[in-house]
Design a protein around this ligand. Structure first.
Ligand code: AP5
Ligand code: MG
Length: 214
């Protein structure tokens, strides 16, 4: 299955994509993860992206489109993939369409996750993640077994630099203005499912399985 996970910052896209990827044997392709890794390694891409990300703004379309074009050439995505955080502008969505058209394929379903703003802020403020293996935790909702340490690889957990109150607000504004139009676009294509993002990760996961018929 070729899936897109759409939704505001902190709604749980990464958490759910990771689980579905592990269960379904298809890669989770997250532009946010790819960019953060590049920032951490101080590659030319990372140096270019850092100031946009720290300011809660989107990295320019041509940069992220290039990342996805390269990533979709890798063989692990031939049986399907989960795009987490891409596309998030209309030009990105159109570029994706044309990339997939060239391979005579297309997106099967777009899942749009929804959650009230105050809950998004709670989820983002308490998030901690592992810079080594990208595992995601929450101080209250999903704490690691040992405080400050990744259960998977023992790495030291950090707060994302864009999870400060001011930057969270900016990211939510950017989502409203740049990404919301995609919902209508995919609705018109009749491939959109709305997923209630509230409740436990297990409850949300059950809704996803029902929506994709697995
Ligand atoms: P990106 O990394 O994509 O961030 P985002 O879209 O803002 O989304 P998040 O990763 O913050 O949230 P999420 O929905 O994955 O939630 P999570 O599962 O972690 O992008 C970051 C930046 O990179 C952008 O601002 C931009 O600069 C750049 N970028 C990336 N893609 C781009 C693109 N296509 N174009 C241009 N620029 C791009 O969950 C959040 C927290 O909640 C966690 O702590 C988790 O443990 C907890 N949680 C999850 N589910 C539940 C639940 N059911 N109950 C309770 N807690 C839960
Ligand atoms: Mg994420």
């Amino acid at each position: 299955m070729r899936l897109i996970f759409l939704g505001p910052p902190g709604v749980g896209k990464g958490t759910q994509a990771q689980r579905l990827s592990a269960d379904g044997g298809i890669p989770k392709i997250s532009t946010g993860d790819i960019l953060r890794e590049a920032v951490q390694k101080k590659t030319p891409l990372g140096l270019q992206a850092k100031s946009y990300m720290d300011g809660g703004k989107l990295v320019p379309d041509e940069v992220v489109i290039g990342i996805i074009r390269d990533r979709l050439e890798e063989p692990d995505g031939r049986q399907g993939f989960i795009l987490d955080g891409f596309p998030r502008t209309v030009p990105q969505a159109l570029a994706l369409d044309s990339m997939l058209n060239q391979k005579s394929s297309g997106i099967d379903r777009v899942l749009n996750f929804e959650l009230p703003d105050d809950e998004l802020v709670r989820r983002l403020s308490g998030r901690r993640s592992c810079p080594n293996c990208q595992s995601v935790y929450h101080l209250e909702f999903n704490p690691p077994k040992q405080a400050g340490q990744c259960d998977q690889c023992g790495g030291k957990l950090v707060q994302r630099s864009d999870d400060q109150a001011e930057t969270i607000r900016k990211r939510m504004e950017v989502y409203q203005s740049q990404t919301l139009p995609l919902i209508r676009m995919y609705e018109d294509q009749k491939i959109l499912n709305r997923i209630d993002g509230s409740g436990s990760p297990e409850e949300v996961y059950r809704r996803i399985r029902a929506a994709i018929g697995k």
